[in-house]
Design a protein around this ligand. Structure first.
Ligand SMILES: [Zn+2]
Length: 473
């Protein structure tokens, strides 16, 4: 499997450093508000990568994602609303996890809260001070960028260039404008912890280093996030981790492109955003997943409702096949006397393997979900062609196609069979309407019969007349 490694600036062959265990860290949310729709992209694409590795490579992925529950943004929100930082963090942590569930994103193996690991962050900062990579000024601690010779290796920025235009704010007491905060002294009323430098709180860049090491050890296989995190966040993580251990921090760095609105990136601060829950309410989670996976994860993606509607249509092509084949097979399925497929049926079953191979080669080429979805759409087209001529027991060959669609869709979080609706009143009522319609047609009362069909269609229920009777989806 090849993945584009930002650190190497090229695709590289990936395998776990140790056996079948992949140690993967993805930067998590700062829980001060609901997510906007652009925040979902890393969640969906790295979830697809994880599930692909688990389902198709047989690797176990230890997936760690932090929850930043202390930060300037939380403190600001607390000042605005009068709620405590803890109340705000709890509220948006809960909405975050319910969003993951709704989106069918597998829960991280570990989701550490930053505030539960302050001690480890203090220890890391002490180590960095001891080695000359950090210094204290009046209760604040800064990282000494000039001491770390590899600074800039991930982002490709040179410290001389970065210095141009960098300023030191009047409130800061840095040696150098590039130095960044490791520990911040508390102002009155802010959340705070005891430390050797007085009461305060750790900086965000320190958090990810400590939380990843806590659960994954000193060297990660994959560290991932949005490409807006490359600089300074990930660069600063590398500077701390590698200065402290002398070892490579992460073998692979994966970054997704951002969601764009016109020429601009979608950002809360620009006001050009839509909340994820609003978009999910309107389009549903599967459409949102398809929308993201239909574009390569490293490219920027334009946000528009038209784009989501396109995704919805493409998704519907697959679901129509699944629903119709399932409804048709409902009557004819199974039984020991069912004869085997004909030569045409066997040829169709044999052809399925090449769609699976194509899907795998696309997914292993830097997670090319665009090609993987194309392979599934071609499989659907092939199944529809076969279906138009298949008869009798050959139709059972279509079940194999549905099973394959389910298998290939699993890592993408798409095309999973819905749980069968409870056999109940609804089914009985639709059956009753279908029977009434048939009686009306028999009496040549076509206008009324069509009206039943059309009014059901408005409720999302499609009737299809087949030689063996009317089916509904
Ligand atoms: Zn991070």
């Amino acid at each position: 499997m090849k993945l584009y490694n930002t650190l190497a600036r090229k695709k590289e062959a990936f395998r776990p450093q140790e056996g079948k265990t992949v140690r993967m860290y993805v930067c998590g949310p700062t829980v001060y508000d609901h997510l906007h729709i652009g925040n979902l992209r890393p969640l969906i694409v790295f979830d697809a990568l994880r599930k692909y590795m688990e389902a198709f490579k047989g690797w176990e992925v230890i997936y760690v994602q932090n929850v930043t529950d202390v930060d300037d943004k939380l403190i600001e929100r607390s000042a605005e609303t009068g709620d405590t930082v803890e109340e705000i963090a709890k509220r948006y942590t809960d909405t975050y996890f319910s969003l993951l569930k709704q989106l069918d994103v597998k829960e991280p193996t570990h989701s550490p809260r930053a505030t539960e690991y302050i001690e480890g962050m203090i220890e890391l900062i002490q180590t960095l001070i001891g080695k000359g990579y950090a210094y204290e000024r009046d209760g604040d601690v800064y990282y000494r960028v000039s001491a770390f010779k590899d600074y800039g290796k991930l982002s490709g920025r040179r410290t001389e260039e970065l210095k141009v235009g960098a300023r030191i704010a009047a409130s800061e007491k840095k040696e150098n404008p590039l130095d960044f905060t490791l520990w911040k002294a508390a102002k009155p009323g802010e959340p705070k912890w005891e430390s050797p430098w007085g009461e305060g709180r750790p900086g965000w860049h320190t958090e990810c280093v400590v939380l990843s090491r806590e659960f994954l050890g000193e060297m990660l296989d994959i560290h991932a996030g949005g490409n807006d995190l490359i600089f300074p966040h990930h660069e600063n993580e590398i500077a701390q981790a590698e200065a402290a251990t002398g070892k490579l921090f992460s073998r692979f760095w994966l970054h997704n492109g951002l969601l764009m609105v016109g020429e601009e990136e979608m950002h809360k601060s620009l006001g050009n955003f839509a909340y994820a829950y609003e978009v999910l309410q309107k389009f549903g989670p599967e459409t949102v997943r398809y929308f993201y996976l239909a574009r390569h994860y490293r490219k920027p993606l334009d946000y528009s409702e038209g784009g989501l509607e396109e995704a919805n249509k493409a998704l519907a092509r697959v679901h129509t096949l699944i629903d119709e084949v399932e409804a048709e097979l409902g009557e004819t399925d199974g039984g020991p006397e069912t004869p085997g497929p004909s030569a045409a049926g066997r040829a169709f079953i044999d052809s399925l393997g090449r769609f699976r191979e194509r899907y795998i080669s696309e997914m292993e080429d830097d997670l090319n979900t665009v090609g993987a979805l194309a392979a599934i759409q071609e499989l659907v087209a092939e199944a529809n062609r076969f279906r138009s001529t298949a008869e009798g027991s050959d139709r059972l060959a279509l079940k194999k196609a549905l099973n394959l669609i389910g298998e290939l869709g699993w890592p993408l979080g798409l095309f999973q069979r819905k749980k069968p609706a409870p056999k109940g009143l609804q089914d009985e009522l639709i059956k009753l309407l279908i029977e009434l319609r048939a009686e009306l047609r028999a009496k040549k009362e076509f206008a009324l019969a069509d009206s039943i069909r059309d009014r059901l269609a408005k409720l999302g229920i499609t009737l299809k007349d087949r030689p063996q009777g009317t089916i509904w989806t």
